[in-house]
Design a protein around this ligand. Structure first.
Ligand SMILES: [Zn+2]
Length: 266
């Protein structure tokens, strides 16, 4: 406890200052002694902001060869620019999609920690991997558009994880964020547990480009940013809204995407 009433030179005052200094030293030693924890399993790790070797080895980064359109990895390399059957049979509203990792157990833990456990310190790690995965998309993009939350969910969660990721990607790539370009005009029930067609119906008309920001969208090449791509219904609805408002192109960049066990077929 600091005894501010005592004159500086008094014995008690000196003792108090000594105690403060000792406490500060102790705190510093304690901080240094506490190793950083793996964001996925909470085991101590050597490197701050890194995953432990076990979680790192379980994380499945997506790398070429993949479908030029959907970014789904191919089992073998069919050559450049080849589209998957999925992209031809059921093309999305957005142009290209890229994801840093497959949505598996470790990826799910990271996303849930970011989203529901206030682990905003994870955004720089995930955002860095996303910037790497989306390098081709970002190279000629005009702006990043984070998938918006409905204001009620934003209020409950206090932050939008997609906006946090977009902020990190913007800092790395130099592509600016257009945070108000898209608005969620209708609260939608969680997509978890819904079929693909039910998900599409669920988000239909949920997003709109406000008239006041149309100029930020018209004629521009945009990259939608979200944490996870599951069926793609939410991102498709967002892309439709942006294209309706005159966007020149809409690509998609997510941290993790669901990849069927069968992978993309050619
Ligand atoms: Zn771990």
């Amino acid at each position: 406890m600091r005894q501010i009433a005592l004159p500086d030179g008094s014995r008690s005052g000196r003792l108090t200052r000594l105690a403060d200094a000792l406490r500060a030293t102790w705190r510093l030693a304690f901080d240094v002694a506490l190793p950083p924890l793996c964001p996925a399993c909470r085991d101590p790790v050597g490197e701050p902001r890194g995953l432990c070797p076990a979680c790192w080895s379980k994380l499945s980064f997506i790398a070429p060869p993949y479908c030029e359109r959907l970014g789904i990895p191919f089992v073998y390399d069919p050559g450049p620019g080849i589209l998957s059957m999925q992209a031809i049979a059921d093309p999305p509203a957005y142009g290209r999609a890229r994801a840093a990792v497959r949505y598996d157990e470790v990826a799910r833990t990271l996303v849930h920690a970011l989203k529901y456990s206030d682990r905003l310190d994870l955004a720089p790690i995930l955002g860095r991997w996303m910037a790497e995965a989306g390098r081709a998309l970002l190279a000629d993009a005009d702006a990043l558009v984070p998938v918006p939350l409905h204001w009620r969910r934003l209020w409950a969660r206090r932050f939008n994880q997609s906006a946090a990721l977009a902020g990190v990607i913007a800092a790395i790539s130099g592509v600016a964020v257009a945070p108000g370009a898209l608005k969620r005009v209708r609260a939608t029930p969680q997509q978890v547990g819904l079929s693909k067609s039910a998900r599409a119906v669920n988000v239909q008309g949920a997003f709109r480009v406000p008239d006041a920001v149309k100029a930020e969208v018209t004629g521009r090449r945009l990259v939608l940013v979200d944490d996870v791509l599951t069926s793609g219904a939410t991102l498709d609805a967002c892309a439709r809204a942006l294209l309706r408002a005159g966007a020149a192109r809409v690509d998609v960049l997510v941290f993790a995407r669901v990849v069927d066990a069968a992978r993309a077929t050619i």
